[in-house]
Design a protein around this ligand. Structure first.
Ligand code: UT7
Length: 356
C-alpha cells in the first residue's frame, strides 16, 4: 500500500457575511424555494457584502486553519490557493493572501481548476512536500460567485434583504435567463495546514486525477478572455456573457459517472477497496449529484457527508469546508479513511484518499 508522506494539521473556513435564503432568490428571478430544494438540495447560501474580496475570505479561513494547527503565520513556507474567482484578472490571489498575512518572500501559487481545485491543489501540496520544496503549506480554496450574478443595484438590495420592493418585470425576465445557475452558488473559503506527517499511519495516500477539454463550452465563462479584443467589452455585459454558461444536465451526468470512477481508481492505486472508506466527502455541486455518486459507490448515508443545504456550491471551497465541519463535529476519527472527489469546468475531475 502507498505510504503517506503528508497530512492535514488544521483546518478552518469562513463564508460571505450575508445569509441569503432561497426565498430571496425567488424575489429576483422566476424560481421557487421548492424547485431549488427539490433539484439541488440547497436551502440557503452566503454572499459577501460589497467590498469583501476573495483574498479577504481566503485570509479569514487561513487564520482559522493556522489557529487550529497551532501554527504561527511566519512558519508557513508555501501558499497554495485554488480559486476561479480571483480579486483581479491578474495576478492571482496567492500573493495577496501572502501580503495580508504579513508574510514576505515565500512562494505563493494559484491553482485554476474550478470545482476540482481542491483535489488538484491537494496533490500539488503533497508533491511539493514529498519533493522537499516546502515544509509547511497553507492551502486554501476560496470563491466569490456573487460577481457572476446579473442583478441590478436594486436587485442586490432585494437579495441581501435590504429592500422588499419588487424588482421590475424586465429585470426579473433578464435574471431568469440564468436562473438554473444563479440559485446554485455561494461565497466562502476553506483552508488547511499541510505538512509532512508525524505518524506513518496517517496522511494523504493517493490520487486519481483527469482532464478532458473537448466539452469545455458546456461549462465556462464566455467573456473576459484574450481570445477577445478587448478581452472584456460592453457587448459582453449587455449580452450577459459574464455569467457562466452551464449545460446542467450534461454536467450532472458527467459528475455522477466520473466521480465514482475516480474514487475506485484512487482506491485501486493504493491497494484499498470501497469497503475501507469510512467517509466520502464529495464536492458539493448539487445534493442530487452527491446522491448519485453515493449510489454509484454503494455507500450508506452514514459514510457520506453533504452540507450543500447550508452553503450552496462554493467551488474550490466545498471540500475544505466540509472536512472542517466533519472534524469539528467529531464525524472524523483518527485512523478513518477519507475519500474526496470532485468534477468541474475544464473538464477536470478526480479523487483523493487520506488516512486521518
Ligand atoms: O460544480 C460544477 C458546476 N455545476 C454543476 O454541477 C451543475 C450540474 N447540474 C445541475 O445541478 C442540474 O442540472 C441543475 C440544478 C442545473 C438543473 O436541474 P435539472 O433537474 O437538471 O433541471 P433541468 O435543467 O432539466 O430543468 C428542468 C426545468 C426546466 O423547465 P422546463 O423546460 O421543464 O419547462 C427549466 O427551465 O426546470 C426549469 N428551471 C427552473 N425552474 C425554477 C431551471 N432552473 C430553474 C430554477 N427555478 N432555478
Amino acid at each position: 500500500m502507498t505510504q503517506a508522506f503528508s497530512r492535514i494539521y488544521g483546518s478552518g473556513f469562513v463564508t460571505g457575511e450575508t445569509l441569503v435564503p432561497n426565498s430571496r432568490m425567488a424575489m429576483v428571478c422566476d424560481t421557487t424555494d421548492e424547485w431549488i430544494r427539490e433539484r439541488s438540495g440547497i436551502e440557503q447560501r452566503y454572499f459577501i457584502n460589497e467590498g469583501t474580496s476573495t483574498s479577504d475570505l481566503a485570509v479569514g479561513a487561513a487564520k482559522k486553519a493556522l489557529d487550529d494547527a497551532k501554527w504561527k503565520a511566519e512558519e508557513v513556507d508555501y501558499i497554495v490557493v485554488a480559486t476561479m474567482t480571483p480579486d483581479y484578472y491578474f495576478p492571482g490571489v496567492g500573493s495577496l493572501v501572502q501580503a495580508k498575512l504579513g508574510l514576505t518572500n515565500i512562494p505563493a501559487l494559484d491553482i485554476r481548476q474550478q470545482c476540482s481545485g481542491f483535489v488538484y491543489g491537494l496533490q500539488m501540496c503533497d508533491a511539493l512536500l514529498r519533493a522537499g520544496q516546502a515544509k509547511k503549506i497553507l492551502f486554501i480554496g476560496a470563491e466569490i460567485h456573487s460577481g457572476f450574478m446579473p442583478f441590478s443595484k436594486h436587485g442586490w438590495d432585494v437579495v441581501m434583504g435590504r429592500s422588499d420592493k419588487p424588482v421590475t418585470q424586465e429585470e426579473k425576465d433578464w435574471n431568469s435567463k440564468f436562473r438554473h445557475l444563479l440559485v446554485l452558488f455561494g461565497d466562502a473559503a476553506g483552508a488547511m495546514c499541510i505538512a509532512p506527517t508525524d505518524d506513518p499511519q496517517r496522511g494523504i495516500l493517493g490520487f486519481a486525477l483527469h482532464s478532458d477539454g473537448k466539452d469545455v463550452e458546456s461549462l465556462y465563462v464566455p467573456s473576459a478572455g484574450f481570445k477577445y479584443r478587448p478581452y472584456f467589452s460592453e457587448d459582453h455585459i449587455r449580452e450577459g456573457r459574464f455569467v457562466p454558461v452551464m449545460e446542467g444536465r450534461q454536467v450532472f451526468k458527467m459528475a455522477v459517472t466520473k466521480m465514482p470512477e475516480a474514487v475506485h481508481e484512487a482506491l485501486g492505486k493504493t491497494g484499498l477497496g470501497i469497503d475501507d472508506v469510512n467517509l466520502l466527502i464529495p464536492h458539493q455541486a448539487n445534493l442530487r449529484i452527491s446522491e448519485g455518486v453515493q449510489k454509484g459507490l454503494k455507500l450508506p448515508d452514514s459514510r457520506v457527508f453533504n452540507n450543500i443545504m447550508r452553503y450552496g456550491n462554493t467551488t474550490a471551497a466545498t471540500i475544505p469546508i466540509a472536512y472542517d465541519e466533519c472534524k469539528k463535529a467529531g464525524r472524523i476519527k483518527q485512523g478513518d479513511l477519507l475519500a474526496f472527489c470532485a468534477l468541474g469546468a475544464g473538464f477536470h475531475w478526480g479523487a483523493a484518499l487520506m488516512r486521518e
